[in-house]
Ligand binder design. Structure first.
Ligand SMILES: [Zn+2]
Length: 272
């Protein structure tokens, strides 16, 4: 899907103004003698898939990071409104990695281009090799296999790695999969494949269903460095990638907007 098609898709999916709203707007324009009937929205064929994990203290976090803390600070019985105070490190749950996460002085959360947060969704499924190798990575060959089956990677796509690692979520020790040195082992992108996606395919971002864009065995963090170093963003701990097609969906990344952020929990949706 090219960029104009994405814009059209989003526009066609957006709520239409009500007839009452249209008449109200028309009333402001004295010259508007005739108000056209609102266009009838064309139902979208597919649905919306939530690619986000519910953020709970039980979710696995990167070694050394604390789980999210929620504290009630207002009650309906005392004042009429409820409110929680939240405490979490930015890279908790399904979350964004802004370029500044890896590159000092690079783009922070609130400066990401909103046009890059709605993108064609490409899903690379390496679950077969990840089932037998915790350090499995997306390779250039995996990308070429996808292209052989589905055609070219769309312009300005978001490429997600589906490793099947989500099956370990209920058991945090298995999800983290620490070795004797305390280093996590889980699938990710190879630095070489990330370079290929950035330089040859022009992606806007990349995501994984694990805690890191890199596989745990990469001490150089090649995927983080290449992706974020190119000014693109990452999303980690994606959910439900098995429920979206390998090609043809659109991803919407509800990125955080706190000033100076290196990332943060986000709501990620796939429009199928
Ligand atoms: Zn992160």
């Amino acid at each position: 899907m090219c960029a104009p098609e994405i814009v059209r898709h989003v526009r066609d999916s957006a709520p239409r103004p009500s007839r009452r709203a249209l008449f109200g707007l028309a009333g402001l324009a004295a010259a508007a003698a005739v108000v056209p009937a609102p266009a009838v929205a064309t139902p979208r064929a597919g649905g919306v898939v939530d690619l986000t994990h519910t953020l709970t203290p039980q979710l696995p976090v990167w070694p050394g990071n604390p789980p999210i803390a929620t504290v009630p600070v207002a009650w309906h019985a005392a004042g009429g409104f409820g409110q929680l105070a939240l405490g979490y490190w930015e890279h908790t749950g399904t979350h964004l990695d802004a370029p500044a996460h890896r590159i000092e002085g690079a783009a922070t959360t609130e400066t990401l281009a909103v046009a890059d947060l709605v993108a064609p969704l490409v899903v690379l499924d390496i679950s077969a090799k990840a089932a037998v190798d915790a350090d499995a990575v997306v390779t250039v060959a995996d990308i070429d296999n996808w292209r052989a089956q589905h055609g070219e990677i769309p312009e300005r796509a978001f490429v997600a790695l589906h490793s099947g690692w989500e099956r370990h979520l209920a058991e945090p020790s298995a999800f983290l999969n620490l070795d004797a040195q305390g280093r996590p082992h889980a699938p990710g992108f190879s630095g070489e494949a990330t370079e290929y996606l950035v330089a040859q395919c022009g992606i806007v971002g990349a995501g994984v269903d694990t805690l890191s864009l890199d596989c745990g065995a990469d001490p150089d963090y090649g995927a983080h460095t290449t992706l974020l170093g190119a000014g693109r963003y990452g999303v980690e701990m994606l959910a439900n990638l098995a429920a979206v097609p390998p090609a043809g969906a659109t991803v919407v990344v509800g990125a955080p907007t706190h000033a100076g952020g290196t990332g943060g929990p986000c709501r990620v949706l796939a429009l199928t």
